[in-house]
Design a protein around this ligand. Structure first.
Ligand code: LLP
Length: 475
């Protein structure tokens, strides 16, 4: 599936709806390698080909749907790798000490994604036994895996210990369980401790985690007690401290403040004799979902964190810089995926609203109904058709709120057109459900004109596999 003479998108944009369908592109004249994927609406490899079709990773999106079915998650390998490199290179450039970015795999946990991030030198943050298993099978090195969670089960903790990954301890129960599980280990288990930093930021209430009223992490006023406990537990070695402020953040001030707070914690931990040498600032950098979103670039975010960490260490009189860790999820993968749907029925309510319906919705992308998230769409089989219609793109589920995009500005559509929704790489597949017993879509990875299935499409039989009919109910 090799593209013919692709047309690069024009570099400026977001003008009125009656111009071409190419308007959803980012305003950058910089070479591809320098463009920060989180600032783009479409994957960085996106082009329009001679057939006027959208092409991603050198593959024609319309052909991909014909071949792999609909709906379809289409993940651009080049975009994902580019975001990994931006993190890696920015850390190397702006932070003179040791540094590591780990992918928050809750954004999209599957073997292919984990293998790609590992091959780019990143680690992973996992939050369940199965996310851990996925990373290990994909070849992520255990010393680059951190295990999060505010209610890890005993089995998950045993799994983490057996794998030799670093556990990020969240609460007293976990601390005590770990202390008992590790008594007979030949070597102490490395742990980091998560605290709530008490830093607020402007994002959706559900995805704020750094404020004091949060279910995650120890309260800062328990710090002395936690450090005291660790100093008396030789089977645990406290190598680091963690904090995460929230997600889809555009401001930089919270990440200017966070290192100062964390360096204070580090000094206190060392007073208790703990060998703390890693400060993990979590994730949170936002991405562009619409032309109104203006997140900092990956480089700018890393520079902010790195500079403020150095300043905080200097102010605190530390001789050496601690190891800096961050956990990007959304900004690593969000912009590198689109979801392709097939347009079906339409309903016009004169003077009120025109609905067009697609063959997916809240089961493959629960973000609009959960967080009122706003997305942008285009019609992949007629990219230059003027976006003259204002329509509400509805999903197919039995729920009035199942709306993919309200008042979307798109070209006139017919049943059978391929509608794509942009920036669906983060928290879409990973939060997908089987509501209405709808099987989840396939995901494919595209690169250099090649497409590979990375998540197989579910079938009705897959869903039925978990059903059990008690004998007394059988006909
Ligand atoms: N580290 C920790 C401890 C986290 O809890 C999270 C996200 C991350 C890192 C990654 O944050 P990111 O770089 O992706 O902002 N489902 C919501 C997002 C929930 C975020 C949960 N924690 C959404 O769809 O917007």
């Amino acid at each position: 599936m090799v593209a013919t003479s692709p047309t690069a998108f024009p570099t400026e944009t977001y003008n009125s709806p009656d111009t071409s369908g190419l308007r959803y592109v980012i305003t950058s004249d910089r070479p591809l390698s320098e463009r920060s994927p989180n600032q783009e609406l479409l994957p960085i490899s996106a082009r329009v080909n001679e057939a006027d079709h959208l092409e991603v990773g050198g593959c024609d999106v319309v052909e991909l749907v014909q071949r792999f079915g609909s709906p379809l998650y289409i993940l651009d390998e080049q975009g994902l790798r580019s975001a990994c490199r931006h993190y890696r290179e920015a850390l190397a450039q702006h932070y003179p000490g040791e540094a590591l970015a780990v992918f928050a795999s809750k954004a999209w946990s599957c073997q292919a994604v984990a293998a790609i991030v590992a091959s780019e030198g990143l680690g992973t943050d996992v939050v369940s036994g199965c996310e851990l298993q996925t990373s290990l099978i994909a070849g992520v090195s255990p010393d680059r895996i951190v295990f999060h969670g505010n209610n890890k089960s005993r089995v998950e903790l045993e799994q983490a210990i057996a794998a030799g990954v670093t556990v990020i301890v969240d609460n007293w129960l976990e601390l005590e369980t770990l202390a008992s599980l590790t008594v007979d280990l030949p070597e102490p288990l490395p742990v980091m401790v998560r605290f709530t930093p008490g830093i607020e930021c402007h994002t959706h209430e559900y995805i704020q985690t750094g404020h004091i009223d949060s279910k995650f992490g120890f309260d800062p006023d328990r710090m002395g007690a936690v450090f005291e406990f660790l100093s008396k537990t030789p089977s645990l070695t406290c190598t680091g401290l963690h904090a995460h402020i929230g997600s889809q953040i555009f401001e930089t001030q919270p990440h200017v403040d966070l290192p100062q707070v964390m360096v204070g914690w580090l000094k206190l931990a060392r007073e208790y004799g703990l060998p703390v040498n890693t400060l993990n600032v979590g994730g949170g950098l936002g991405i562009r979902y619409t032309e109104h979103d203006d997140p900092p670039s990956i480089d700018a975010w890393v520079k902010t964190v790195a500079t403020s960490m150095q300043a905080a260490c200097q102010a605190a009189g530390l001789d050496e810089l601690p190891r800096l860790m961050c956990e990007p999820g959304r900004s690593l993968i969000g912009s590198s995926c689109i979801t392709a749907y097939t347009v079906g029925s339409q309903k016009d309510i004169p003077g009120m609203r025109h609905y067009i319906t697609v063959d997916g919705g809240m089961s493959d992308n629960p973000r609009p109904i959960t967080y009122q998230s706003v997305y942008r769409a285009a019609i992949a089989n007629k990219m230059s058709a003027p976006a003259t219609e204002t329509v509400t793109i509805a999903g197919k589920h039995c729920e009035s709120g199942d709306v993919v995009i309200k008042d979307a500005q798109i070209a006139s559509t017919q049943p059978g057109d391929i509608l794509i929704v942009m920036a669906t790489g983060a928290y879409n597949y990973s939060m997908a459900s089987n509501y209405n017993r709808i099987a989840r879509p396939a995901a494919i990875l595209v690169s250099d004109g090649e497409a590979n299935v990375i998540i197989a499409r579910e079938t009705n039989e897959d869903l039925m596999r978990f059903d059990r009919l008690p004998t007394r109910l059988q006909a």
